[in-house]
Write a protein that binds this ligand. Sequence first.
Ligand code: CTP
Length: 472
Amino acid sequence: MIFQIRKDERKIFEVIGRAAEDLNFPTYVVGGYVRDRLLARPSKDLDIVCVGSGIDLARRVGDCLHPRSRVTVYKRFGTAALKHRDLEIEFVGARKESYRSDSRKPTVESGTLADDQNRRDFTINALAISLNKHDYGTIIDPFNGLEDLEAKRIVTPLEPGKTFSDDPLRMMRAIRFATQLGFTIDPATFRSISENKERIKIISWERIATELNKIMLASRPSIGLRLLDKSGLLDYVLPELAALRGVESRNGRKHKDNFIHTTKVVDNLAERSDDLWLRWAALLHDIGKAKTKRWEAEAGWTFHAHDAVGERMVPKVFRRLRLPNDKLKYVQKLVALHQRPISLTQEEISDSAVRRILFDAGDDIDDLMTLCQSDITSKNPHKVKRYLENYEGLRQRMSEIEEKDHLRNWQPPITGELIMETFGIPPSREVGLIKDGVREAILDGAIPNEYSAAYERMLVVAADLDLSPQKS
Ligand code: CTP
């Protein structure tokens, strides 16, 4: 089959083809670029394999481009890269690799195009397009990758046990591609993931997290989360989530499967937001449920304080997966607060309760509400409608109170410095007590959120502590 080269590709492909001919290196476009182009997905990383030196070819291509392109050489890997328009182009010599069982570091020898295709992860990633004169544009497809693209199938080119033990990260990649592309994993390939799951332990957490994040950013992350579960990889990668799996029944009363529920919440959220960290908050919102599950004769199954317990579990997940520290507090906050809005829709609530959630959530109040809306997974459309209307009502009320009281990102009108100065006291417990007293009065609605009322209240709280203002 001949690949339909697009207008914008014509020039760069021809330049590479000509440079390759000058050097007498058979040269091909390979891997993800070919796959994504055939699937009509955007692709910015162009990988070029040649039978010869990738570094020499890159230099030659760099010289032939107008304007000339700067080549970055990675000597240690024998690769070189250059930028052309919005493409990142990487050049590498075709290789044969063999791996040792205790490491992912391969020993590398040069090889033919066929050797290079053999060592790739999936048939759909092993397609090559020739840039050579005699068969320019021909797709070279030794493993029927085109058929698998058509059938939407992830399958390894070699016996799957070999492909996965060569590089166990590929188990995560299989699941990630299935999620991103909506493909199914071939049964023998999937069985092999289950059999080799322990080998994932030799992969660094950073690389595992990169794949997890790609799963989380897909339009339906639940596909990947459930495959991770089914293959057994979840027990190693996110045991806190694996612990949510299952349903228990007592006296005919069942609780829901909190793992399945979580995957639905993540999908619901993915429909509302592309924010990776809000999606992580959805993934982790119920992780406290396994530890807090109790059977109570009257109430049935309960998960008291699972929000607070979950909040305390988040740092360990972040540390293990090397997730960024500056996102930790945000995810923790949403996990901690995710039950609050529900309680605000259930009863006749006071302005003060609404003020408190505005104060506690600060700038993240909209994200919190989005999480809560996504947390509705009832199959009963009437209930879903009612719950969503309740949240709409709450949002309305929040915006009225916010307009009146300006509590979002609230800065206390009375600072610690002012308290110390007014009463001539050093930093101490009393300073905190006075600040808390003023804040509580504002949140309770006992005084308005403004300086003079807060100053008066400060004097009252201080008097209770036997403090009076210093004469100046
Ligand atoms: N590859 C592999 N095994 C891996 C990683 C990569 O065989 N563990 C091969 C595949 O042929 C892949 C190519 O190297 O297509 C390029 O890898 P990479 O850029 O990581 O992935 P892409 O397939 O391009 O997909 P994405 O850009 O979505 O990560």
